[in-house]
Design a protein around this ligand. Sequence first.
Ligand code: PSV
Ligand code: MN
Length: 427
Amino acid sequence: MFEQDRIASIDADHIRHHASDLDHLAEALDRRGLDAAQVIEALIAFDVAVPSWALGTGGTRFGRFPGGGEPRTTEEKLDDIAAINALTRANGAVSLHVPWDNPDDPGALRQYGEQLGIAFDAMNSNTFQNNPETTFDGEVSYKFGSLASTEPEARRAAVEHNQAVIDLGAKLGSNALTVWLADGTNHPGQADMTGQFERTVEGLQAIHAHLPDGWRMFTEHKPYEPAFYSSVNQDWGSSLLLAQAAGDRASCLVDLGHHLPNANIEQVVARLAMVDRLGGFHFNDSKYGDDDLTTGSIKPFQLFLIFCELLRAGGGTLPPMAYMLDQSHNVKDPLEDLVQSTEALLIAYTQAMLVDREALADAQESNDAAFAQQVLQDAYRTDVRPLLAEARQRQGGALNPLRSFRALGYRQRCTELRGNDAAATGL
Ligand code: PSV
Ligand code: MN
């Protein structure tokens, strides 16, 4: 991967300015009664998993413009994650999607991950596409749904696929399964919506019963696409009902793009955390729908407010759950986009740590809306980037991961090695 002294030599010209920016910020925080050292420690502990399906160029149904040097195998996907993790020190895990990733030798892949310092986060099943193994080469189809299907063979295939994904994950050292279903309808009257939901509950219960000790499962909701009239798991209410019915180790996963326009996502987060059924996140950003854009690039204030709710739920610390990215990179280099998203997450998290939570609680208690807003804005308007840089530096990472990624020429080397036409599996 990258040699440590190369990362350090790129930063050598910038280290003096970084030190003075950090001193200045630490002093300002100190005046506000905040301890920069504590924030840096929390940042060092934070990690967000990279989705294996987002390491190649994405596309839309209108086309795809590959960028060159894309990973050809799951191993090469891990190489890419290890490359950015060497710089960000916050991407030490991968979230696999089966069968887009379907290792012949899970033990060897696990070992490969260990060598690179990459762990296996939540596994993702796929019953939104037929695949020869689980749908027996066309004998069974998910065209009219998977867990919700009226066809018993399709439901059985979907349950068995999810159970097989759990078995594979157990061999890799993962401990969670995310279930996102495309099940729904395109036309009013096409299906009995109650029947669909009841069948889905039955399937999720069978999958839940298969979880090994220490495993969790997540239900991921989404209002539309690919189903455009109704989705079985369309919002956080349905997701909560499904998780509660599935079993006590099931909770809800919130993908930031899976809400109808202008939904108050921070409130969704607060509600699910309150009933102890918030299991994890797929971070991304959106303008209109499930746009899968760079995290924090469109609504950074919303991201900050989500982290405020998470800290509220954790009594000042981030609750342990599955923090993952889920994006599609259509015009940017996927690795650069992931680096920028990771930075945006860390910024939002840091700003949330700077909120004077006592002052906010007092303002809320006394209905002082103006002061409550000021407390939030004091934190949100702080440029916290020197704290992030310091956290990375202390772990051997880069002061500025994007600058270093370009200077190290990783993409050029991948293109030489993998070619211009390599296409990663995934979206
Ligand atoms: C669906 O849009 C989703 O957000 C789910 O997490 C899928 O598993 C992923 O994208 C990839 O299709
Ligand atoms: Mn998702």
